[in-house]
Ligand binder design. Structure first.
Ligand SMILES: Nc1nc2c([nH]c(=O)n2[C@@H]2O[C@H](COP(=O)(O)OP(=O)(O)OP(=O)(O)O)[C@@H](O)[C@H]2O)c(=O)[nH]1
Ligand SMILES: [Mg+2]
Length: 315
């Protein structure tokens, strides 16, 4: 079947994201979209995106970075969507082709109707590019204090991981963490499936071992809660897809202090795995917030880290 190459942009300004409504007569007409369009012969994705945003919104893009790529088969044809994030532009974004244009808060994106291909794009638009995972061997007060400082520094996505805690202490810690994060960041909890089901966190983060056990049963959470998984290879990524996760961490990209004996994937292999996976990926392993641009160049949503994102130095 014919496969169309399309570029589209998640345009961010003042914490909001721009949506445009597709003209009624067009393919997927009447639905909301991220502005963009077909890549023409001889154009790079970047050139095509700049041209499309000029035509559709009358803006000159000045800062953009790749976010990820996804494919979808419509009955009429297949589309390969190359999604970029635009964080700076000149001019005022408006519907230059008469289309409706609105700015929405990422957390409200689930309320809009998009073409079927957009599922993972919406996930990407709702996620930030740093995913903090809490360190081992800290006590309850230290973990909570670290989370507080991280929130003040703008961290918006956190995974609570404390394998040295056991129920019911772990549950108490998780309840504290949910309280501290309320309204400021999304907290995903790692832990035993028995109690996570009704636990009031923004989501769950499943381990590779849990993936192997549970992926066949499908997605255990509704769409408005996050489901993420830890993946290290192609097989685990396939299981994550089967389970219906929203996003994954992929590790280790580099050698890490916590797992010095594990052979890292390296950027080239990580890049391939990310390109073949249809949902957002956070690269993990020996990385810090400074590596976000490199991660995005490799097609990742951003960086996940323990030490690299924790707000103070650990022993
Ligand atoms: N721009 C854009 N296209 C999308 C999105 N999601 C999605 O499935 N598509 C599909 O990608 C294809 C190409 O997009 P387009 O219609 O914007 O192409 P274009 O700007 O070059 O339009 P034209 O053919 O009228 O010149 C369409 O089939 C459209 O349905 C999205 O979020 N943004
Ligand atoms: Mg278009």
């Amino acid at each position: 079947m014919e496969q169309i190459k399309v570029v589209a942009a998640i345009i961010r300004q003042n914490g909001r994201v721009l949506l445009a409504r597709r003209a009624k007569h067009k393919h997927q007409g009447g639905l909301w979209e991220f502005p963009g369009g077909k890549i023409e012969a001889g154009e790079s994705a970047e050139q095509a995106l700049k041209r499309e945003l000029k035509e559709e919104l009358a803006i000159e893009v000045t800062k953009l970075n790749p976010v990820f790529q996804t494919s979808h088969q419509y009955p009429e044809y297949g589309v390969h969507l190359d999604i970029w994030e635009v964080t700076a532009f000149e001019g005022e974004a408006g519907g230059a082709e008469g289309q409706e244009v609105i700015w929405v808060q990422p957390k409200n994106l689930l309320q809009y109707d998009f073409p079927a291909a957009n599922k993972a794009i919406i996930t990407a638009a709702r996620l930030s590019n740093r995913y903090l995972i809490t360190p081992e061997n800290l006590d309850r007060a230290e973990i909570i204090e670290g989370i507080r400082i991280a929130l003040d520094e703008g961290i918006k996505l956190i995974c609570l991981r404390a394998p040295h805690f056991f129920d019911p202490d772990y549950r108490d810690l998780a309840i504290d963490a949910v309280g501290v994060c309320a309204g400021r960041a999304d907290l995903l909890v790692k832990g035993a499936f028995e109690w996570l089901g009704d636990f009031p966190s923004a989501g769950w983060h499943v381990t590779a071992e849990q993936l192997r056990k549970l992926a066949d049963k499908g997605r255990p959470l509704p769409a408005n809660r996050w489901l993420a998984a830890s993946c290290h290879n192609e097989q685990e990524l396939a299981l994550a897809k089967k389970m219906g996760v929203d996003f994954v961490t992929l590790s280790p990209v580099q050698k890490t202090a916590t797992h010095p004996d594990v052979e890292p994937l390296g950027w080239e292999r990580a890049k391939q795995l990310i390109a073949d996976f249809d949902r957002p990926v956070f690269v993990l392993g020996g990385l810090t917030g400074q590596d976000v641009p490199t991660a995005q160049q490799a097609g990742a949503q951003g960086v996940a880290a323990i030490r690299g994102l924790w707000p103070y130095e650990l022993d």
